[in-house]
Design a protein around this ligand. Sequence first.
Ligand code: MN
Length: 337
Amino acid sequence: MTSEKDRVLVIYHRADLDGQCSAALAKLKFPEATLWGINHGEEIPWMQIDAADHVVLLDFSFKDEDMQRITLLDKHFTWIDHHITSIEWAEKWADETASEALLRNDQVFVLSETHAACELAYMHWWGKGRPLRRETPDRPLRRETPDTSDRDFEGIAPGAKVKKACYPVYLLGRYDVWDLEADPNILPFQMGMRTQNLDPANYPESMEIWKSLFTGLAGHLEKDFIQQGQVVLNYQKQMNERLMKNAFEIDWRGERFLAVNGTEINSKAFETRFDPNIHDAVMAFHWDGETEIWRFSLYSPNQSVDLSPLAVDMGGGGHMYACGFQTKNLEFLGENL
Ligand SMILES: [Mn+2]
């Protein structure tokens, strides 16, 4: 168990609200903790890790050999993540390591594909669910889904209503696993939250907002964010309609793409113009003046075309229905342009 004197280091994915929310929850749990935001490609803070008694890693994982190194350190380690690669690594690692390592009870892995890191963190620290843990050599890692339904939360603050206490976590979590149908407020809340600087390491004052949200003590705050987010979404819709006026068709590799030239375009932008009778997929591209390269994103809105081979052939990658690549010139598009 972590005692009050323990030096707690919280390393979290700082690039989105799932990671930031997880970090804010950790800060609530361990008020003296040092928060360390990290993004892909950045250095691991080994010096800070060495100085800590308890390392908490949230919504993030390191390269295999670095994960091994951290789990072999003689310190308390809590890892909360939901990326499939993390789960696969943890299972492999649990199989490979001797029972000696598995018997350690100061290492807790809370991993699930079905829940976002913030939901898992909330449940792990305040819920009654049963997260994945290393327990005995016979049952090193259980892949069962933790129960994160509202009624199983005890609430964070004394007197706080259970549902109220976890609703913001739930909204951010469902967005992160792209379960947008679960609640109409998921998207507006996400957009409303994005109007603020809520990264708790970079903006320590944001902890006041997080605390109010978690405890439900400022009931209007959540509603304010949802309303603001609705305004953002309305504006975005207008901008998308304008953007789609510039859309055009590209025939490439046997598929007909609805294409548009611009930055910060998400797949939803195409909704008003995409016609499944005419188009197979959509394509957004732009010239990145900083790195002097064309960046392409491909999506299959109705998940009908596996686009990943196209991206891979161009030296890129990603998922089947959402992938991308970079290119120095547009010659591959031939007569289209
Ligand atoms: Mn996440």
